[in-house]
Write a protein that binds this ligand. Structure first.
Ligand SMILES: [Zn+2]
Length: 254
């Protein structure tokens, strides 16, 4: 019963997450006006704005102009619903569930915005750091001291990684947004967990490059063809959701 409640709440929050993903990088207000079709600007009525169901009932099209609705909308809502369900099932209705759901909300927002715009807004990265610190007294993965150290190490580690990349490839490969993003991840997971996060992100990255290569049929020219943010998000989620895998890969950490 609590699981169903979490799922529905997650779907609704996922609908707001879509608003964040669309409006934040475009500099639009997150609260006004009401949701609209990006093509015909038709404002959505309440029954056109029900997470997931409206998309299915309208067969993925705007009711007013028939423009196809981006598959990202139902995808983000479903992911948000499943994550809320997962964290409440694992921790119950507790600060840990709220904290980790909020963390995944920020990770998903960063991933989808980075995928489309190649930036991660400061509102997510720099705004997420205090969020991680506030959550830390209840955080089973990183207490207050670790959260603070994690944020500092996140910024530092990525700086070193960037310098290394520059040294190897003789060009800039990592954006400024990436190290702020890793600082945010560090504030939620602590310094030690950053190692498996970067490791998992790299694994997901290799996987992503292979998949993109298969579909695009163009040669990967050695540059960073994909933004790193989505893979960092996947890496962080993997560490939060599969602690046993992390413990197996990095036995000395856990
Ligand atoms: Zn429309």
């Amino acid at each position: 019963m609590i699981g169903i409640f979490a799922l529905v709440l997650g779907l609704i929050l996922g609908s707001f997450l879509n608003v964040v993903i669309y409006r934040l990088p475009r500099g639009l207000s997150l609260v006004r006006p009401r949701s609209f079709c990006p093509r015909c600007k038709h404002q959505l009525r309440w029954y056109e704005n029900i997470p997931l169901f409206s998309y299915l009932l309208q067969r993925g099209r705007c009711r007013s102009c028939g423009a196809p609705i981006d598959i990202r909308y139902p995808l983000v809502e479903t992911l948000s619903g499943l994550l809320a369900f997962y964290f409440v099932s694992r921790y119950g209705i507790a600060p840990a569930a709220v904290g980790f759901y909020s963390f995944s909300f920020l990770l998903l927002a960063a991933a989808f915005i980075d995928l489309e715009h190649r930036i991660i807004p400061d509102e997510i990265t720099l705004g997420g750091i205090p969020a991680g610190l506030i959550f830390s007294p209840w955080n089973p993965l990183a207490g207050p001291g670790e959260a603070l150290l994690g944020a500092l190490c996140g910024a530092g580690a990525f700086y070193l990684l960037g310098e290394y990349y520059l040294w190897i490839r003789k060009r800039e490969g990592l954006g400024e947004g990436d190290y702020k993003f890793l600082a945010m991840i560090g504030a939620f997971l602590g310094p030690v967990n950053l190692i498996p996060v970067i490791f998992m992100a790299s694994l997901w990255g290799v996987f992503g490059v292979l998949i993109t290569g298969l579909f695009k049929k163009e040669k990967i020219s050695g540059g960073l063809a994909l933004p790193f943010g989505p893979f960092l998000s996947l890496g962080a989620l993997s560490v939060v959701m599969f602690p046993k895998l992390t413990a197996f890969l990095f036995p000395s950490i856990h």
